[in-house]
Write a protein that binds this ligand. Structure first.
Ligand SMILES: Cc1ncc(COP(=O)(O)O)c(C=O)c1O
Length: 408
């Protein structure tokens, strides 16, 4: 029998090799290493007991058998209605997904054609760019500042002739920078999308992880516009292992997105949808998410405090108001690849700033440091290890540790 080699499809063969964010080969996690790179929630801040109750009610209820059948492609009507009520949108526009990444893929495949132009956050959530690889589009980076994506700059570029089909942004506690799009910019963005005829893909997984005292914009402009496709997930509040999220689709697209979904995976697990529906109906859920936000806030304070005490003036970092990450810029004319490798030798890893550049080599010297899953002890120790690597490379001392080593 002759043996013929398998060749991948042109799509698979043409996909760029993963590099940077998401490339596990770059991350070294020896036993005892501290991982400041991840995006997991802390398991002790997840509502495990509410899960147990909901699973028991679902599996012991009369409707359990029916949940083992195929379920409708857009999701269970009752769950769609519950989510629609929370989001303030029409239930017909809600489609249940298998998590945020699935929602992003559906959004991209629904609105973009090869060769189209899309404007994206810069810095950007890098795995969105990996979804764009499926289509092959022109990516135009747009700066994210303290109030979110720069709509003044966007307006200027649109006036100068830029014609995107879509714009991608993470509006709340952005990954990686942590900033939130102001209500003013949200309205400006919607007005530009409607005037120039593009779709805003608003990916909002961190919205519910607000720290005490932080009020998240209500997103009235996004909710009211037929030029916004909102992507969301329960991964950060109920855990990514659940694989459940939703998209809110412009009315004109709902039917077609459902057809597309029918040609891919068809539906989301009925059992998991029923479990989530029970949890959303449980009065204890929202308080538990609020309490988790307070837990993440404490961890964020430990991380930023450690950064300032170890690096002193050599670090710029804003205090996160929500979400899972601190976005820090380290000073120093050093090779940041070497810093990353040395830090990993010393037992800490993180996500390098360059990996979030929407194009080119921007954000050298930045690091996305995740506090969500790491204990307070390990946050302090992880930053101490990073600072040791940085001091070795810069030859500089800084902050409390350096002062104590100098005996002052
Ligand atoms: C901005 C952003 N979008 C989407 C996702 C993916 O969500 P999921 O894990 O539900 O696929 C993440 C996860 O980290 C994220 O940070």
């Amino acid at each position: 029998m002759t043996h013929t080699a398998l060749t991948p499809s042109a799509l698979l063969a043409g996909l760029p090799v993963r590099q940077g964010f998401g490339d596990a080969t770059l991350i070294r996690l020896a036993p005892g290493s501290i991982d400041l790179g991840g995006g997991n929630p802390a398991t002790d801040l997840l509502p495990l007991d509410l899960y147990r109750v909901a699973f028991r009610e679902v599996t012991e209820g009369d409707g359990f058998g029916a949940l083992l059948k195929y379920t409708p492609a857009p999701g269970l009507a009752s769950l769609r209605a519950a989510i629609a009520a929370r989001d303030g949108v029409d239930a017909e526009r809600v489609l249940i997904t298998n998590g945020g990444a699935h929602g992003l893929a559906l959004a991209v495949l629904s609105v973009l054609d090869p060769g189209d132009t899309i404007v994206v956050d810069d810095p950007v959530y890098p795995l969105f760019l990996r979804v764009l690889d499926l289509i092959g589009v022109n990516v135009v980076p747009l700066r994210v500042g303290a109030a979110g994506i720069d709509t003044d700059e966007l307006e200027q570029r649109l006036r100068d002739g830029l014609r995107p089909k879509a714009l991608f942004t993470v509006p709340t506690f952005q990954n990686p920078s942590g900033v939130t799009l102001s209500a003013e910019r949200e309205s400006a963005l919607v007005a530009l999308a409607e005037q120039y005829g593009f779709v805003v893909i608003a990916d909002d997984p961190y919205r519910a992880i607000a720290f005490p005292g932080t009020t998240v914009p209500t997103r009235t402009a996004f909710r009211g516009s037929d030029h916004v496709l909102a992507v969301n997930t329960f991964s950060k509040t109920l855990g990514p292992g659940l694989r459940l999220g939703w998209i809110v689709v412009p009315t004109a697209l709902t039917e077609r997105v459902t057809w597309l979904r029918n040609r891919l995976d068809g539906q989301t697990s009925g059992i998991l949808q029923a479990v989530v529906e029970r949890m959303l109906a449980d009065d204890r859920l929202d308080p538990s998410i609020t309490a988790a936000g307070a837990g993440y806030a404490r961890k964020a304070t430990v991380l930023t405090g450690a950064l300032r005490s170890e690096f002193g003036d050599a670090v710029e970092v804003a205090d996160p108001q929500g979400g899972f990450f601190a976005w820090a810029r380290l000073d120093g004319d050093i090779d940041f690849t070497q810093l990353f490798e040395r830090a990993q030798d010393l037992g800490v890893t993180y996500q390098r700033g360059e990996w979030f550049a929407a194009s080119g080599e921007a954000f050298r010297g930045f690091a996305r440091l995740s506090f969500s899953e790491v204990s307070e002890h390990d946050l302090t120790e992880g930053v101490a290890r990073l600072a040791q690597a940085w001091r070795e490379l810069t030859g500089r001392g800084s902050g409390s540790d350096a002062r104590s080593r100098l005996g002052s």
